[in-house]
Write a new protein. Structure first.
Length: 402
């Protein structure tokens, strides 16, 4: 059983070390099948905007049959009027169903199906690019999938990331982990700290409640999944554990989505840790599209962010100007607001993990000893001094940047 590791976020180790780069060789290999998948996701992140939907094979994602661009279609066929959501759905279904029919005809009739029209020809052309895909076309059931483009969202995500990445990278660096692992947050949430999934995953790193409690505080008053920095520490601990257990980064990163136990089972069933073989041979209902593509999505996000942003700017250039204070003795939110320069709005802005219950009624919920608050750098010293004066200096300690 995995030991619970409660996050004691040493934000004193958190400050960005500008100018330090990762000089070691790339620890994240891209084997042939992984490379095909990565190329697909790079196009999703780099080329196709959210107004586009890509019709593709879910098993061989590089097999792309068509791209439905709603903006282009509206200009050409709808007098420039944007399609409604219902019209978009109808248009997409029309194209997807027609390609699905073309696949079914080819599987039933072979090359005679080409008489039906250009879509049958397109399907045969795309699947005929290599032996593996051509064999799949005529021997396996195929149900097409659509993927929305994310290029415009990736731009917005990169802007959001610039506030956090310098601090997140230092969290990973101080645990001797590759800093590129922070790009998993693109895959999980596009650096949206308010992301919430229908199954209950929350925050920038999309921790489920049960998993999160192994690494951080989650209760009715505090949910550290919502703190980008505290959740980053939890993610770093989890990924480090995955790597020690599974030995190889492709497996460890996939385990962030599929679970370390799930990946150990995959290795055992297939008889190898080779990621390409696992992707092609391992069959399990829980090892679905998201798990199969998770490592490749990470590589694509890492590559696109590096090429489009870091290559232009060198490093993320808009970090938050923050410091932290560790509470040495219990103190309520009301006391924090009363005794320090912090007001409720500032406390909420920088401490996303404090839930509404922490502010309810008289704000008398006590924050425990060891809890760390994040404060704007401009008032950090005054906040520390105010807390030190209160209760003879036993409330707070302050760690300056190294």
């Amino acid at each position: 059983m995995r030991q619970a590791t409660h996050v004691l976020l040493l934000l004193g180790l958190l400050w960005p070390v500008f100018g330090i780069s990762q000089t070691q060789s790339d620890p994240f290999p891209a084997s042939p099948i992984v490379k095909l998948q990565t190329d697909f996701w790079e196009k999703i992140f780099r080329r196709y905007k959210s107004s586009s939907l890509v019709i593709h094979d879910p098993e061989l994602v590089d097999i792309v049959l068509d791209v439905v661009d709603y903006e282009a279609f509206a200009k050409k066929y709808n007098n420039g009027r944007p399609y409604t959501r219902a019209e978009r759905k109808e248009l997409l279904n029309k194209y997807t169903e027609r390609y699905q029919l073309a696949i079914n005809r080819l599987q039933k009739l072979g090359k005679k199906a080409l008489e039906f029209g250009p879509m049958e020809k397109r399907v045969l052309e795309v699947y005929g690019k290599r032996k593996e895909s051509l064999n799949r076309l005529f021997t396996e059931e195929i149900y097409l999938r659509t993927q929305q483009g994310l290029a415009d969202e990736f731009v917005r995500a990169s802007q959001r990331a610039s506030q956090y990445l310098p601090y997140m990278e230092n969290i990973f660096r101080n645990r001797s982990l590759p800093t590129d692992l922070t790009r998993i947050a693109f895959v999980e949430s596009m650096f949206n700290k308010e992301a919430y999934s229908k199954v209950g995953a929350s925050g920038m790193w999309q921790f489920m409640p049960g998993t999160a409690r192994l690494y951080m505080t989650v209760n009715p008053f505090v949910d550290e999944r919502l703190s980008p920095l505290k959740a980053s520490y939890g993610a770093a601990v989890m990924l480090g554990q995955n790597k020690r257990l599974l030995k190889e980064w492709p497996l460890a990163i996939t385990a962030y989505n599929h679970g370390p136990g799930g990946m150990k089972k995959a290795v055992r069933k297939v008889g190898t840790s080779n990621m390409d073989i696992i992707l092609r041979r391992y069959q399990n209902p829980s090892f679905g599209f998201a798990s199969r593509n998770f490592y490749s999505e990470f590589l694509a996000a890492r590559n696109v962010y590096r090429d489009l942003y870091l290559s232009q700017r060198g490093r993320a250039t808009n970090p938050m100007q923050i410091d932290h204070i560790r509470i040495n003795r219990p103190i309520s939110v009301a006391q924090l607001i009363e005794k320090t320069p912090l007001d409720e709005a500032t406390l909420k802005q920088f401490n996303d993990c404090l839930l509404p219950n922490a502010y309810s009624t008289h704000k008398n919920k006590m924050l425990p000893a060891g809890f760390e608050i994040i404060v704007p750098e401009r008032i950090a010293a005054k906040t520390k001094n105010a807390l030190s004066t209160h209760n003879a200096g036993t409330i707070a300690t302050f760690k300056a940047r190294p």
